[in-house]
Structures are given as structure tokens and as C-alpha cells.
Design a protein around this ligand. Structure first.
Ligand SMILES: Nc1ncnc2c1ncn2[C@@H]1O[C@H](COP(=O)(O)OP(=O)(O)OP(=O)(O)O)[C@@H](O)[C@H]1O
Ligand SMILES: [Mg+2]
Length: 304
């Protein structure tokens, strides 16, 4: 089985960050591993607290993964401190994994800057030059290219400028466009559009994490860059199109939209619970019957 490593922050609400990355990698058929850069306390309405890992601990996480199960691809998400970015760049230069997807998480959908200026400088100096592909959204593309991006031509010019500066491929994501969801890939001196129909779903928490992890998963499985982006785009469109609606804010997507196998199925009818305890229900045949039907035990038609 092919393997992928995500180096990113944890999202307690499960829709973005490490949790979204692992769900995406699993749904895309690779074995997922993680090195956590920060713990966040958040839900679909906002982030209330962040606790960064120490540089030494992050280094240990990365070393433990690489010296045992060497990943076929690495995805890097939110890293907000310069010292942590330096550790990641140094360890990746040491291990030299074949594919590195960098999601340069810098500007939130709200427009708020998520990392400090010195961390952005270290990202540019140390991480971008070793990336296979960068996946900035439009506000991040503007920061990185130092240009305003309003039209498809602006996306082309900006992606080109970034790719030429850092010698890597660039996917400028169009999720912030109003009328479409067209992403632009610049690689090896040329551009290709990956067109997407805009899905009217307010629950877009974690789209960036999900797309970059899907690209990393497909690269890990041996697909070329164009095919990996194409498959990742199809996956994110399916996850958004499944129209999951959880939480009070911008909710998560259904990463398992494509899995309807027997292990995904929920129980029919009643569930196991306190009222299924057979001693408590002695003399109540219907509850006792339900207990043995819902909680089968070895030798009683359950596990074999
Ligand atoms: N409403 C939508 N309908 C269809 N595709 C979408 C929609 N919103 C985002 N996408 C797609 O999701 C992917 C992620 O793009 P987006 O621009 O949302 O990234 P992002 O801003 O980095 O996300 P995040 O807010 O999670 O950091 C892109 O492929 C984009 O085209
Ligand atoms: Mg993003």
C-alpha cells in the first residue's frame, strides 16, 4: 500500500487540518501518517485556542515516520511559526521524499492573515524551493506574487510569476471566485485550467486541506501531476456535492461520500444502549431479543 504523511495542525472539529487530511488520504486509497504542528481548539464557527508543538517534538515526529515507514508523498499544511517551518524544511532536505505538496496556508477565507511575516519569509526561503507543487488560494496568490488577482488572466500571470520564482508547480485555486471554481495549474512553463462547477454549499470548512491531501495521495499512488490534480478536483467536488450539513457555522464536507461498503453502513433500527442489558431487562422478552440481535457475541451468530 502506498503511504502519505501530512505535516499540519489538528482541527478539533474534524473538518480541516490533520483530521481532514487523514480522512482524504484514506478515501483516496493510501495509508495516512501525521506529524502535528499545532493543536487547535476550534469548531465550524471559529478557532478559540492554538497550542504549537515545540520544534524538537515536531522533529521527533517527522524522524519517527521517515525512519520506519518512508512516505511516498508529503503534504504540508498550516505551520505558523518560523522555527517549525525551519525544522520541516531541514528534515525534508535530509530525507528527500519524492513528492512534496505545500499548501501555503497564510490567508483565511475571511481575509485574515494566519501567520506572521517572518514565518512567510521562511516559507518562501526554505520550503517553497523543495516543493513539488504549491496550492495557494487567491488571497495567498496575491501575497506571493505581489499582484492583484481578479481575472483568469491575473491568475495565469500570478501563478507563472510564483512558479518561476520558486522553480515549482503552482495550483492557483479558484474557490474564492464568485461564479466558478476553476483552478489554474502552472508547471514546466505552461498552464492548464481545471474547471469546476461552483457548488452552492455554504459548508466549505477544510476545502484547501482536502484538495492538497487528495493531490498528495494521487502523487503517492504514482499518478503524474496533471492527473493527480484532476483526480483531486473530482474528489473535492464530490465531497462538497454530498451536501453534508453539520455544526452552526461553515461546516465540514463528507470525505466518505464515495464509500458505501459494508463497514460504512449504520445499524438499522434501534442501537445498543443501557436498555439492552439482558439482566436489567429480565422478563422483557422483546428487549432481550433486541439485545442479542443488536450486540451479537461469538458463538451466537456474531463474530466467527
Ligand atoms: N463552492 C465551491 N464549489 C466547488 N468547488 C469549490 C467551492 N469552494 C471551493 N472549491 C474548490 O475547493 C478547492 C479549494 O479551494 P479554496 O479556494 O476554497 O481553498 P482555500 O481557500 O485554501 O480553502 P481553506 O479555506 O480550506 O483554506 C479548489 O479546488 C476550489 O476550486
Ligand atoms: Mg487554504
Amino acid at each position: 500500500m502506498r503511504t502519505a504523511l501530512t505535516i499540519a495542525g489538528s482541527d478539533s472539529s474534524g473538518g480541516a487540518g490533520i483530521q481532514a487530511d487523514i480522512k482524504t488520504m484514506m478515501a483516496n486509497g493510501v495509508f495516512a501518517m501525521s506529524a502535528i504542528t499545532a493543536l487547535t481548539a476550534q469548531n465550524t464557527t471559529g478557532v478559540s485556542a492554538i497550542m504549537n508543538a515545540s520544534p524538537g517534538f515536531l522533529r521527533e515526529e517527522i524522524d519517527e515516520v521517515f525512519t520506519d515507514i518512508f512516505p511516498d508523498a508529503v503534504k504540508i499544511g498550516m505551520v505558523s511559526e518560523a522555527s517549525l517551518i525551519r525544522v520541516i524544511a531541514e528534515r525534508l532536505r535530509h530525507y528527500r521524499p519524492a513528492c512534496i505538496v505545500v499548501d501555503p496556508v497564510m490567508v483565511a477565507t475571511s481575509g485574515a492573515k494566519l501567520i506572521s511575516d517572518d514565518a512567510i519569509a521562511v516559507l518562501k526561503e526554505e520550503l517553497f524551493p523543495i516543493a513539488t507543487i504549491l496550492t495557494p488560494n487567491i488571497p495567498e496568490t496575491e501575497v506571493l506574487s505581489e499582484r492583484t488577482v481578479q481575472t483568469p488572466d491575473d491568475m495565469i500571470a500570478a501563478a507563472q510569476a510564483i512558479g518561476q520564482k520558486y522553480h515549482c508547480a503552482v495550483l492557483c485555486k479558484g474557490g474564492h471566485n464568485l461564479n466558478d471554481a476553476n483552478d489554474l495549474l502552472y508547471r514546466d512553463g505552461s498552464c492548464r485550467w481545471f474547471n469546476g462547477k461552483r457548488i452552492q454549499n455554504p459548508n466549505t470548512h477544510g476545502t484547501g486541506c482536502t484538495l492538497s491531501s487528495a493531490i498528495a495521495s494521487n502523487l503517492a499512488k504514482g499518478f503524474d501531476l496533471d492527473t493527480s490534480v484532476e483526480r483531486a478536483k473530482e474528489y473535492i467536488s464530490g465531497a462538497l456535492g454530498a451536501m453534508l450539513d453539520l455544526g452552526h457555522g461553515s461546516g465540514p464536507m463528507n470525505h466518505a461520500f464515495d464509500q458505501d461498503g459494508k463497514f460504512m453502513r449504520e445499524a438499522d433500527g434501534t442501537h445498543c444502549g443501557p436498555d439492552t442489558d439482558s439482566s436489567a431487562n429480565a422478563g422483557n422478552p422483546s428487549a432481550a431479543d433486541r439485545s442479542s440481535a443488536d450486540c451479537p457475541v461469538p458463538g451466537k451468530g456474531g463474530l466467527s
